[in-house]
Every structure is written in C-alpha cells, then in structure tokens.
Design a binder for this molecule. Sequence first.
Ligand code: GLN
Length: 544
Amino acid sequence: MARFIFITGGVVSSLGKGLMAASLAALLQARGYRVRIRKFDPYLNVDPGTMSPYQHGEVYVTDDGAETDLDLGHYERFTGVAARQSDNVTSGRIYQQIITRERRGDYLGATVQVIPHVTDAIKAFAMTDVDDLDFVLCEIGGTVGDIESLPFIEAIRQLRNDVGRTNTVFIHVTLVPYIAAAGELKTKPTQHSVRELTSLGIQPDILLCRTEHPLPEGERAKIALFCNVRKEAVIQALDASSIYAVPLQYHAEGLDNEVLRAFGMEPGSPPDLGRWDDIIDRQKNIEGEVTIGVVGKYVGLPDAYKSLHEALIHGGLANRVKVRINWIDAELFEQPESDVAAALEPMHAILVPGGFGERGSEGKIASVKFARERKVPFFGICLGMQMACIEGARNTAGIADATSSEFGSGGSPIVGIITEWMSEEGLQKREAGGDLGGTMRLGAYEATLSGNSHVASIYGTTSISERHRHRYEVNAHYKAPLEAGGLVFSGMSPDGELPEIVERPDHPWFVGVQFHPELKSKPFDPHPLFASFIEAAVKQSRLV
Ligand code: GLN
C-alpha cells in the first residue's frame, strides 16, 4: 500500500514547499521507490487556467490536458514522472463537484457540510490512483492558519486515522529568520506555527527549517523541545546555489533518512544520486556563456515563464554553458524611439515565448524580423510561432495586412480561431464567444515531421507528442505563400490540418512551434529543441 507524506507550510508563503516536495520525491526515487506528488490549492478558482501569470505564475499543462499549478512543473522536472489532472485540485474544483452533486440530488436530502462532504472529497482525491505507488507526497498550498486551507488540514488529519498512523508522515516547512540587529536566528515563528498546526490536530513528524544561516545546535535543540519532535527530525534547509542542488543538500542533512525512519522503515543502502551529481558538475564546470533575449509580455515576474526559464537552463546543461536570460518587454519595441537592433544585437539567440492578447505583438514581430534578417538563432513558442508566421506573411510573402484574429477583426487572419479539431475523445468543437475557462486545445497532441526537416534531425524522429495550450492556430490555407517566402511547414498534426512547426531552411536556426516543449524538459534529460537552440547560440557567440 502507498504511504502518504503530507507537506504543510508555516510562518510565510514562498518557502519553496513545491521544490522541497519535488526534491524529497527525487531522493525517494533514487532509493528505488515509486513516487507521485500532488498539490492541494486552497483558492476558489476551479483551476489556474484563467488566472493572470502575474497572480499565479505560469500555468503548467499536463499530457492529459489539465491546467495546473506551476509546482507540478517542479514535480515533473525533478522526478520525470508525468503529472496528471488527478495531481492537482483546488477548493474551487472540490466545491464545484459537490454543488453539482447536490443539485442532482445525490446527497438524498442530507445537509451538505464542510465536514464530512468537503473533507471526504479531498480525501478521495488524495487516494485516487495510488495502487502502484510506494509514496504519495501531498503538498498543501498556502500557510497554516489561513482560513481557506482549514478543510485540507482537517482532511489530512483524518487521513492519518483512515490509512493508519504508520502509513503517514507530516512534514512542516517553516522559516527561521535571521535578525541582523540581534545577530541571531529566531525560532519563535516556528514554535508558533507548529502550535497552530497542533491546535488543528496535527503533530508534525519532521520540521524543515528554511534559513539563510546555518542553524546552531542550540537552536535546533530548542525547536525540537518546543515543537515536540526529535532533534534529528529538525532539518536545516539552507538557501541553495541552484535549485538542482536541493536534493543533494537535503540528503546531506538527512531528510530522506528521517522520512524513512518516521515510517519505521530501514533506510537500507544510500540513494543513487549520480544524476544530480552530474547536473551540479555541469553547472560548476562550464565551458562558456550565452545570452538569450526573451521578448515577451510578463517579463516582470520570473515565475510567469518558469518552465521556459528552466528549459533554457537545461539547454545550457546539455552544452556545458551558462545561460544568461535577458527578459525584454516586447512593448518597449513599440515605442517610436525604440531601437530594436541596438537592444537585440548583444543577444546570441532570440526567443519569443507563449502569451495571450495583442499587447506587445508588434514588438514581438519586430524581434522575429531582426532575427530572420540578421540570421540570429530564433525560437518561437506558441504565440511566438504565430508571430513568426505573421512576420513571414507580411515581409516575405507579400501579405501586408497579415494578423491574428486574437487581435480583433480586419486584415488577413493568418492565425485564426480553432473551432474544430480532433482529440482522443473525438471531434472537439468550440465557439468564438464561449467561456474562457477550459476552452483551449490543451494537453498532448501528436505531430508528424517532414523527413528532411531541421526539426526531424533535432528530434531524431518524425513522430512526436507535445503539450498544447492555445485557442488560435496558424491557418494551413496560407501554407503555399508562406513557403514561397521561405517559411516551411515542417510539422503538421497527423491529419495534416493544423501546422505544428515552421522553420526557415535558409537560416542557421529558425524554428517556431505551436506547442510548449519547455513543459517536458528535465535537467537530466534536456528537451532536444532547447539543447539544439542553445548549441546554435553557442555557435552564434563565436561569430560575434
Ligand atoms: N494566444 C495564443 C492562442 O491562444 C497563443 C497561446 C500561447 O502562446 N500559449 O492561440
């Protein structure tokens, strides 16, 4: 039977619970265990799909088409286990399910309440599809003490009794702040946070203490005493130089040993951490450095492009180079006095990422034009591919008014709304005026690549599957004029209807993809497109 590890957070948000869960899962996996990580989000949105990236960071999309919390990206990057719809739930989704059932009369006249109905639904979610697993790690979003997270805390308290005390471990992640004026680390916030948790019926087994300074023995003993945990179970979590150093660091602090011990299991032989050692070796022993210009919209918040950022870093690992990312606000290129060339000349490669809406689109198109004309490696992702097609249409195919119907009516819609497409469930239909939530082409779709294309040589195959999240498509009817202008449609949906990849054979590296390859890249298995793109940037850096 699967064992459950519940991870809560205290004191402040942004402690990196997601990374902690991902790192612990990676350590357990390195000991040969089968793991899965789940995220419980206490907010009322049904999923993060309609939230602004500024609110919530990136929306991470799974193979099965779920729009989920960005922590699922960490989980997948650290374990290689493909995340699923059933790995992320929000209060909104739980309530939606319960209210639908209530309206149907499923509760047979009962009063529907938080306990037991909401807590039962949360427990059912945690227990789904766990048969073939050794450990299920469940991360509770938010901070202990939040009103919103109470039903989740109550549900995990009950689960300990349901699945047996020896099958559950509670880890509480806290902050031990350093007060510069006193020159001391302070344990009081941790004590308060644990008291709050115990008042809700949960005694943590392990405390993971985030700190900027090493935790002295005295402080560790004090936390153990006041919080009722063994001293060895107070684990120091110092800030790490790289997120990929976290599994190694936690192992050195004894986290995985303590977790097994808390379950009453023998730790056995140490984990095989070769994959993590190799990553750190590649980060430490670099052979060069490249600068990538990312011309996008949400450049003020790094979390908005989390997976993209990581995939570029992975491309650097593959080539043993440091990747510097220069986030450029596309709107700046729309000012009359802006000098696109001056801003982009220092870049060894240019990437236009995914995005929504018209704002900044002309700046993105100007960046594509610069990369095409100057033969600087160019990578367009989702909206970035659409911009590459509009640029090609306007400047190399003679369609001066080329545009996307996302930007309003008028002009030649090279990019238009998808109203129909085939999925595994059969024909999908959408209407232009429909709801915004969950109305996109979402999740994994296959594409067929032309045998002699650049992308086929990069992938080493002509049949791929990648994740999508978009409402608009490049209109395949424009294939002939665009190809005459040098922009070749080198990847199509298997039915030949939807353009998936475009490339320019007369350019050193110019690829646009309708999907999001960054979602599947891993530090120990960099995505081939990112590895190849960074390789092209390295070549470019030798030219300039
Ligand atoms: N806004 C575009 C669309 O909906 C692109 C989406 C994206 O880049 N993820 O088609």
